[in-house]
Design a protein around this ligand. Structure first.
Ligand code: ZN
Length: 343
């Protein structure tokens, strides 16, 4: 099969469009002929590497994907060859106590597809059958691939972890990235009032088109925590979605109202920063972290995607062999929504 792979860490130049043996499905697994993949920031971090990350080279990146079932492993009976499917990239063992309790994203042997195991920048991928969801005829592969990781992540963070309710206020830090555009939509779907801090008028216009109620342009308004404070009758918001980290978390702590929650699923701006702990205990704040979501979260949120109630924002599509250019666009941070690959 054709795949985009790399043999050592580095910049986009380490990505090669090359041949790789087509994987066969193990028992309980399914081989999928991929038609679309989508990029995530994790793809860049895996390519660049971090201390302790050990990959079985050559590595194929990519978490998001959709395509057709092309071969069934032993024991798989609920799917058939030709079924159109989307991939849940949160891979768990299915047997530990956390998996059996429905908290499979806390699995003791958890993997993200494309991070520690070979992913979706390829013509074929092998995946546990439980990680596939059938696609309705109305849903195309690109939209399904673009939606899956970011909406799964946003749903688990805001709903399962954050317990967001209709009469609450939510501040989303960042207007145009994949998880943020998904978070804005999930919060609006629940009925919350949504505030967004964005870095440019163009990105805020996108947030507004997704239903955001209050827009704050941080290129004009350096101290956005004060702007939120003034917009909320000096109370702050119930929930802050901060997936930036360094540079924003100190202000996020100030912007959250007493008893509020801060949700985080990542740190695009950097992982290490100083925290003024007085905000956490003095305001009874809860900081709730999570990664990906459960199988139940995936089925729930994808149903809303299939019904058109939530919709992925797609920036641009590249052919698979131009994955390096696609990653460069993601790294530059100019994209509005998801960057996808046609396979
Ligand atoms: Zn497990």
């Amino acid at each position: 099969m054709k795949a985009v792979l790399f043999h050592n860490h580095g910049g986009p130049e380490v990505l090669e469009y090359s041949d790789y043996p087509t994987p066969d499905p193990m028992p309980g697994h399914v081989q999928v002929r991929l038609r679309a993949a989508a990029l995530n920031r994790a793809d860049l971090w895996v390519r660049e590497g971090w201390p302790g990350l050990k990959l079985d080279y050559p590595h194929i990146p990519g978490a998001d994907g959709a395509g057709e079932v092309s071969s069934l492993g032993e024991g798989v009976s609920d799917l058939k060859i030709g079924d159109r499917v989307v991939i849940n990239s949160s891979i768990s063992c299915g047997a530990c106590s956390l998996c059996l309790d429905g908290m499979d994203n806390l699995c003791r042997d958890w993997h993200l597809l494309g991070e520690t195991i070979r992913g979706t920048y390829a013509e074929y991928v092998v995946i546990p059958a439980i990680n596939l969801l059938p696609l309705p005829d109305t849903m195309d592969y690109e939209e399904a691939a673009a939606a899956s990781l970011v909406f799964h992540t946003a749903w688990h963070s805001l709903i399962t972890r954050g317990r967001l309710e209709a009469d609450e206020s939510v501040l989303v830090i960042g207007a145009s990235g994949g998880v943020n555009t998904a978070s804005i939509q999930v919060a609006k779907y629940i009925g919350a009032k949504v505030y967004v801090v964005g870095s440019s008028p163009e990105k805020l216009a996108l947030a507004e088109s997704l239903g955001a109620d209050v827009l704050i342009d941080r290129s004009q308004e350096d101290n956005w925590s004060k702007a939120v404070f003034l917009a909320t009758e000096r109370q702050g918001v119930d929930v802050v979605v901060d997936n930036v980290g360094a540079g924003t978390m100190p202000l996020s702590l100030r912007t959250t109202r007493k008893g509020g929650r801060i949700l985080t699923v990542g740190n695009t701006g950097g992982a290490k920063f100083e925290i003024d702990n007085r905000y956490i205990f003095g305001k009874h704040l809860s900081v709730l972290g999570s990664t990906m979501g459960t199988h139940t979260d995936f089925a729930t949120v994808m149903e809303l995607i299939f019904d058109g109630k939530l919709k992925p924002v797609i920036d641009r599509q590249y052919p698979l062999k131009e994955a390096a250019a696609a990653q460069e666009r993601l790294a530059a941070g100019e994209q509005m929504g998801k960057i996808t690959l046609a396979i």
